[in-house]
Design a protein around this ligand. Structure first.
Ligand SMILES: *Cc1c(COP(=O)(O)O)cnc(C)c1O
Length: 443
């Protein structure tokens, strides 16, 4: 039997690591066609990134080498696999290295940049700036003059603000980022250097978003990036799936009934992991098993999945603090858009203590020289959760996968880290080193 809902609710409340299996995942077709977002939208988002390549190369010199492509490598990780104690009998481990994404330094490069580009494209078309279809011309003064009349605003715990702020200011938009109390000082500094107006709030992420939304309502030419509801963000993330599919093909990795694919995705509001899972479900159907990972003190997506539709519980409602060093995931309430779309798709959600995060952050460094931030390390316990915990083994059994695991592929998605200042990164490593080095396997 899948995990029992009441025992999951107890683990959730008591902040003990747990793996919840989604009883509502559909087996026949994971994508519910009645929903507002359709598979075609995934291709549209991919095409938008392609159209903007010439402009992105002009705006960001770091993208010249890739021709304006913002993508990350898919890495083999044999040393990490051994260190995590994942036997080859359970499959092969790969890392999707979004911690190295250019421009934004995190997975937010996908969603955040997509939404700003979509807004810019709409304005450009409306103002006749794209007549020759020359996207690079949007870096010209005439286009900037149009963009400058408009404001882009967002609420963030840090990384979304960085992504939106960097791209919107590069295009010439007036840009306002409302930062929650969790946001790191260096992220605010980085934005101020680009003339982004950073407004600091004492409250949590939901407060920062609410403040941004209020401000946007009072400004006539303001586009508010609404992380709790935006389909453009969601679709920007989904574009990653097509690229992952190509990378798996290049590596000769099959995905079918005999070769299941497991993907472990750090989850805040659920937009990034949800968009990616949506795209992967489109390409691989029931053969992809997406598990979301959350901090034990901020499991807003799990809380939402345990609730009935129509209820929007926050992690405070279940008695948790929302305090975690995983600042990118310190979110009290899930995105309703992501929750509804993920109901038939997500395979499960697991929770991770901060100490485990820091151990895994260090392990990623010592084994594969990956430089990741705490939020990016919550997925590392995923393969053991699925292969060794009681609820995970029951999931594999009920899907007829137990005898096929030697042909499985596990992809751990590392979601941020590129821009973390060296001194902060060294503190993370030291914290990982100070903890007991053997990582207990879940019972
Ligand atoms: C934002 C973020 C996530 C999760 O994205 P959501 O859309 O909030 O679920 C994961 N990792 C990092 C580093 C992030 O910044």
């Amino acid at each position: 039997m899948p995990s029992d809902k009441s025992s999951t609710a107890v683990h959730l409340r008591e902040a003990t690591p747990t793996l919840w299996i989604n009883p509502d995942r559909l087996e026949r077709s994971l994508i519910d066609r009645s929903k507002t977002i359709a598979p075609k939208d995934i291709e549209d988002a991919r095409a938008r990134f392609v159209r903007f390549r010439p402009l992105l190369q002009v705006l960001f010199p770091e993208l010249r080498a890739s021709g304006g492509v913002i993508e990350s490598p898919l890495l083999a990780a044999p040393t990490l696999q051994a260190a995590l104690g994942l036997p080859l009998a359970h499959g092969q481990l790969l890392i999707k290295a979004d911690h190295s994404l250019q421009v934004a330094g995190s997975i937010k490069a996908r969603g955040g940049i997509h939404e700003v580009l979509e807004f810019a494209e709409e304005l450009a078309q409306r103002n006749g700036l794209l007549e020759g279809g020359n996207y690079a011309s949007l870096a010209n003064e005439s286009a900037r003059a149009v963009f400058r009349r408009h404001q882009v605003a967002v609420g963030s715990t840090g990384n979304l603000g960085l992504s939106i702020g960097i791209v919107a200011s590069a295009l010439g938009f007036r840009t306002v980022v409302h930062m929650s109390a969790d946001a790191k000082e260096w992220k605010k500094e980085r934005l101020r250097k680009r003339d982004v107006l950073v407004i600091e709030h004492d409250g949590d992420y939901a407060d920062a978003v609410a403040a941004g939304r209020r401000q946007a309502e009072s400004e006539p030419l303001c586009h508010f990036v609404d992380d709790e509801n935006s389909s453009s963000l969601f679709l920007g993330y989904s574009a990653a799936a097509g690229h992952l599919r190509e990378q798996l093909e290049l590596l000769g990795v099959k995905v079918d009934a005999d070769h299941p694919l497991f993907v472990y995705l750090p989850c805040g509001v659920g937009g990034a992991p949800g968009g990616i899972a949506f795209g992967l479900a489109h390409y691989f159907g029931k053969h992809v098993h997406c598990f979301f990972a959350e901090p034990t003190q901020s499991p807003c997506f799990l809380a939402r999945m345990l609730a009935r539709d129509g209820e929007h519980p926050s992690v405070y409602d279940v008695g948790l603090t929302n305090r975690t060093e995983a600042d990118g995931l310190a979110v009290p309430r899930a995105s309703e858009l992501a929750a509804v779309l993920m109901r038939p798709i997500v395979a499960g959600v697991f929770t991770v203590e901060d100490e485990t995060m820091f151990r895994h952050l260090r392990l990623a460094h010592t084994t594969e020289q990956l430089r990741i931030e705490p939020s990016a390390s919550v997925g590392f316990g995923g393969p053991a959760m699925v292969c060794e915990s009681e609820s995970g083994r029951a999931y594999l059994q009920s899907h007829g996968l137990s005898s096929r695991m030697h042909q499985a592929t596990h992809v751990i998605w590392t979601t941020g880290g590129l821009f973390v200042p060296q001194t902060e990164y060294e503190e993370f490593l030291a914290r990982g080193a100070s903890l007991d080095l053997d990582i207990p396997t879940p019972s």
